[in-house]
Design a binder for this molecule. Structure first.
Ligand code: NAD
Length: 417
């Protein structure tokens, strides 16, 4: 592939995906990396330092990530006129798996939303957010050590599809008129309403739940919970629930079992090796993550429920600096911090690199490089135990000593088991 203003490293190879969807990872995979804006360069540098050290240590030089700098966000404007240049999209398409720091969308008109464009262009339909607690991190809940689940949020549909009309516009009036005169919607629809559409499709729901089941199988998770508000929104959220159960039954019948089947036919004991599929109403799920987080493993959700749940869950385990994420589809996977570019801390070498670093850990797991991935998680735990951490963690910790972002990375490297 030809690039306009960047040159791919010559000493690495591309990850590929086979026809059956299996990832093939060479020993020296090229990974495009967007450092991002604001705090992005600090935390991206720290992330590469730790990942490179772990990969070197556990593969004794036989494997190595070959980083390929690509540009997006404000930072791209020094080289390009677009905040998401074609070079960057082409690099991800060529190399399949990429890592991304936080990006600033410049204020002012004329710029497309970066994250939405990336999702659409690469068809990244699953937003994956693991929520895991590290001992010693301040938490507002009593037993944060019970928290260890993964949120699988549908990324393309629901009220986020962007199909809406402002109150009083001819378009809104036309839709309201149509609904009243042709669809039997009566007085409950007011003429001065803004109107939005909530599409949830069988295709979108099934591919999300399919991805979540495969993830649960790969990562030995025991339960998948379909989170919905189907008691009220029957044909969208209720249908999401039904399609979720259908995928599990029709495509993973040997690997999954429903919660009601376990209760009715197995005396409440889950048959060995089976993943339990259950469902919960979205509002009660917020209680559940607070009261019984250990009963949940993978939460598969439509877009809006997942958005709310992700932030509430991140707060339970130490906030944004500790929250990793990925946007994934059938082919491409983009691993990224869930927070923004925090411009007030830019270039101060101050903030917590763990969000991007843990996204990098997810990337290593996805590539099958589990040894360095597991080691980095242990090393983060070790550094936190030693209480030499960035400001966000230090201020919530008795006896915590604040160190710089780069020093925290060195602490983590020191604690690699
Ligand atoms: P933000 O997430 O950048 O920062 C909010 C606050 O969270 C910061 O002031 C800081 O106190 C804390 N914080 C964030 N990351 C931290 C870290 N790693 N360690 C310690 N503390 C951390 O939110 P914002 O200030 O509203 O947004 C700034 C810019 O980021 C905006 O341009 C926004 O559009 C963009 N943004 C990008 C993404 C993305 O790229 N995925 C996501 C959200 C916001």
């Amino acid at each position: 592939m030809q690039f306009e203003k960047i040159t791919p490293p010559a000493d690495g190879q591309a990850i590929t995906v086979s026809r059956s969807g299996k990832l093939q990872v060479p020993d020296r995979p090229v990974i495009p990396m967007m450092d991002g804006d604001g705090i992005g360069p600090d935390i991206s540098r720290a992330t590469r330092r730790v990942i490179d050290a772990a990969v070197e240590k556990y593969f004794t030089g036989q494997k190595k990530i070959i980083w390929f700098s690509v540009y997006a966000g404000e930072g791209a404007l020094t080289k390009y006129t677009d905040i998401l240049p074609a070079d960057t999209l082409n690099a991800i398409k060529q190399y399949i798996v990429a890592l991304k720091g936080p990006l600033t969308t410049p204020v002012g008109g004329g710029f497309r939303s970066l994250n939405v464009t990336l999702r659409q262009e690469l068809d990244l339909y699953a937003c994956v957010r693991p929520v895991r607690y590290f001992r010693g991190v301040g938490s507002p809940v009593k037993k944060p050590q019970l928290v260890d689940f993964v949120i699988y949020r549908e990324n393309t549909e629901d009220v986020y599809a962007g199909i809406e009309w402002e109150k009083g516009t001819p378009e809104a009036q036309k839709v309201i008129e149509f609904l009243k005169t042709q669809m039997g919607v009566g007085k409950k629809l007011r003429d001065d309403a803004g109107v939005g559409i909530k599409p949830i499709s069988e295709t979108g729901s099934k591919r999300l739940v399919r991805h979540a089941i495969r993830y649960a199988m790969k990562h030995k998770r025991k339960r998948i919970t379909l989170v919905h508000k189907g008691n009220i929104m029957k044909y969208t959220e209720g249908a999401f629930r039904n399609w979720g159960y259908e995928v599990a039954r029709d495509e993973f019948g040997d690997e999954t079992i429903t919660e009601s089947d376990v209760t009715k036919n197995h005396g409440g004991v889950v048959p060995k090796g089976k993943i339990v599929i259950n469902d919960r109403i979205a509002d009660s799920m917020f209680q559940q993550i607070l009261l019984r987080p250990d009963e949940y493993d993978v939460l598969a959700t439509p877009n809006l429920n997942g958005d709310y749940l992700s932030d509430a869950s991140a707060a339970m385990v130490g906030g944004l600096g500790m929250a990793p994420g990925a946007n994934m589809g059938d082919v491409y996977a983009l691993f990224e911090a869930t927070h923004g570019s925090a411009p007030k801390y830019a270039n101060q070498d101050k903030v917590n690199p763990c969000s991007v670093l843990l996204s990098g850990v997810m990337m290593l797991e996805y590539m099958g490089w589990t040894k360095p991935a597991k080691a980095i998680v242990k090393a983060i735990q070790g550094a936190i135990k030693a209480k030499r951490v960035t400001y966000d963690l230090a201020r919530q910790m008795k006896g915590g000593v604040e160190v710089k972002c780069s020093e925290f990375a060195e602490e983590i490297v020191k604690h690699l088991p």
